[in-house]
Design a protein around this ligand. Structure first.
Ligand code: 5RP
Length: 220
């Protein structure tokens, strides 16, 4: 029998995340197709929550279209929970994120949340991070010099041409990095002048990984 398709796994895992959203809270909401499934699931339970903080303009628009009030993070204090997808994840709950280019705001909202629930389908699980090119958000003026610095670290940076982040910056997608120590690399990349942030979520990994597969939703 054929297994579930990836979109169905995303829908199911996103719906499972509702169980981790406390009643009456303001929930942090990520970006991407799995986060969109979560917004759709949240829409039919919106009476349970006060509203949401969005990690991108795209998610904010989708939340508002669903009738969910959207708050500025500066006005909310700490959030109880942040729900977002990822491009890849290890069983230690370390992540690569930013395929949708929202990594900086995602990292900010995750940092402001007591619990980060990451929702992925089972194709995203890896033994070691680095299969997915690592997104790095950079100040436009510094793009070429940062690309040289990333090359010196053994990476092959590719400018995501034509893409501008919600913060007005650009993205370098770094291929071929050997991510043996995600915490050390996350720290090192953020020291390069002009880097806004990088897509490694290792210093603050997910607290709970929900993985959608053919047999249901696995918790890690
Ligand atoms: C956006 C992200 C997303 O969480 C990541 O790209 C996964 O997206 P999707 O749920 O569409 O597979 O980090 O910046």
């Amino acid at each position: 029998m054929a297994g579930l398709d990836q979109n169905e796994k995303k829908r199911r895992v996103a719906a499972a995340a509702l169980a981790y959203v406390p009643d009456g809270c303001i929930v942090g909401v990520g970006t991407g197709s799995t986060a969109n499934c979560f917004i759709d699931a949240l829409a039919s339970h919106q009476a349970r929550i006060r509203g949401a903080v969005a990690s991108s303009e795209a998610s904010e628009a989708r939340l508002r279209a669903a009738g969910i009030p959207v708050f500025d993070l500066n006005d909310t204090g700490e959030l109880a929970v942040y729900v977002d997808g990822a491009d890849e994840a290890t069983r230690d709950r370390e992540l690569v994120k930013g395929g949708g280019g929202a990594l900086t705001r995602e990292k900010i909202v995750a940092a402001a949340s007591a619990r980060f629930v990451c929702v992925i389908d089972d194709s995203k699980i890896v033994a070691r991070l680095g299969r997915f090119p690592l997104p790095v958000e950079v100040i436009p003026l510094a793009r070429s010099q940062i690309a040289r610095a990333l090359g010196a670290l053994g990476g092959h940076p590719v400018w995501r041409e034509g893409f501008v982040t919600d913060n007005g910056n650009v993205i370098l997608d770094v291929h071929g990095l050997d991510i043996a120590d995600p915490v050390a690399l996350e720290t090192e990349l953020n020291q390069i002048t002009g880097v806004v942030t990088n897509g490694l979520f290792a210093r603050r990994p997910a607290d709970l990984l929900l993985v959608g597969g053919d047999d249901g939703v696995l918790q890690i």
